[in-house]
Write a protein that binds this ligand. Structure first.
Ligand SMILES: Cc1ncc(COP(=O)(O)O)c(C=O)c1O
Length: 385
């Protein structure tokens, strides 16, 4: 049967855009580009989820999430992000992914545009296109370490522009936007009356003294910022599917029908896990961050020794590697690395055309596979140069 005949136009347009997931692990293959942290959250997170289960807490929660978790998020925003929010401004979601989609559903009509610095997280492009809207990528380059300027964003504004998506630290480039850049973008958003969607899911991963600043903490920005965050990366809970939106109440109300249509509420058991992790000190994360920094340094030593250029990884857990000296395109490099060195990377182009000539490496693989992967990488690249 030709099932395509039944597809919606949207389905036809997105068909195949995710590629294929391999369900069978391939022996010897080392994934040096994965976006999934390799550590576990502390035992008390598991205990809290098991307790919730054993107490039979398995029914729907309020659409916006359990009140205790929303209150804990409010407290976290106050102490860590300098954002003064109320519980009514929080919606607990099934990860940042749902939070992004719900946000864009509430803001974009067909034909509308949303701007983001590129290379960017690929899902933004798909989300906008599902809505018949367009994600307009504003290219950044390695010369400025993939940092955007407010002037470049402003030049891309058209009468159809509805919002800006800012993600810092960035996936895939590892760029942390300096506070002054965020202030410039804030000034632009206020002057041109735009909303800012601030994706902060890598906020805990910053290196070399780079600091994460939340857009909503800047003067005049809380009322026009939708902050998106998640437990996936900071607390290594990717499969738990837990995230949240922080937005002014009228925007929250506009988003709720979409959240309800897709999820009704976030998973109740993981909400208790999220509550546990926010209720305890987060000192344990320092050990994880130190290990990721060790891996980051090893990556950079390897690249310097080959030598192969890269963009300075300031945050998130990625290394954006310039493979242009090999003469291969991103796609060719990724395919050959898999075939010839049994290594997995993401092509830089997954985040748009500005990533051509780059691949995304990551800090998420532990020893000894990590070190072995780096050795294989160095040998493979030397053979190409
Ligand atoms: C920038 C960015 N935003 C959002 C997400 C989605 O995260 P979540 O697991 O919370 O849905 C990811 C996942 O990799 C990401 O890199």
């Amino acid at each position: 049967m030709d099932y395509q005949q039944f597809f919606s136009q949207r389905a036809k347009q997105l068909h195949g855009s995710l590629g294929r997931q391999t369900s069978v692990p391939i022996p010897g293959l080392i994934n040096l580009g994965s976006g999934t942290p390799d550590f576990l959250p502390p035992q008390f997170v598991f205990d809290a989820m098991q307790k919730a289960l054993s107490e039979g807490k398995i029914q729907y929660t309020a659409w916006t999430g359990i009140p205790e978790l929303r209150a804990a998020i409010v407290e976290k925003l106050k102490t860590e992000n300098n954002i003064q929010a109320t519980v009514d401004e929080i919606v607990v979601t099934s990860g940042a992914q749902e939070a992004l989609m719900v946000t864009l559903m509430a803001l974009l009509d067909a034909g509308d545009e949303v701007l983001t610095p590129s290379p960017n997280y690929d899902e933004y492009t798909r989300d906008a296109s599902i809505l018949g809207a367009t994600l307009v990528p504003v290219p950044t380059t390695i010369e400025t370490n993939f940092t955007i300027t407010a002037a470049a964003l402003e030049a891309a504004i058209t009468p159809k522009t509805r919002a800006l998506i800012v993600v810092t630290p960035n996936n895939p480039t590892g760029t942390v936007l300096p506070e002054q850049t965020l202030r410039d973008i804030a000034e632009l958003a206020q002057r041109r009356n735009l909303l800012v969607i601030s994706d902060e899911i890598y906020e805990y991963y910053t290196f070399d003294g780079h600091k994460h600043v939340s857009m909503a903490s800047l003067p005049g920005m809380k009322e026009r910022t939708i902050t998106i965050n998640s437990f996936s990366k900071s607390f290594a809970m990717t499969g738990m599917r837990l995230g949240y939106i922080v937005a002014p109440t009228p925007l929250v109300e506009a988003m709720l029908p979409f959240h309800h249509a897709m999820m009704i509420c976030a998973n109740v058991v993981t909400q208790y896990g999220g509550l546990a992790v926010l209720s305890q000190p987060r000192d344990w994360f320092k050990t994880q961050l130190a290990e990721y920094d060790r891996r980051r340094r090893l990556w950079l030593q390897t690249l310097d020794a080959i030598p192969l250029p890269y963009s300075e990884p300031q945050g998130a857990y990625y290394v954006f590697i310039d493979i242009r000296p090999t003469g291969l395109t991103s796609a060719q490099f990724v395919a050959r690395a898999r075939e010839e060195a049994r290594l997995v990377f993401q092509p830089g182009t997954i985040g748009g055309g500005a990533g051509e000539g780059f691949i995304r490496g990551a800090l998420t693989k532990g020893s000894p596979e990590f070190e072995e992967g780096l050795e294989r990488f160095a040998t493979f690249v030397r053979g190409l140069l």
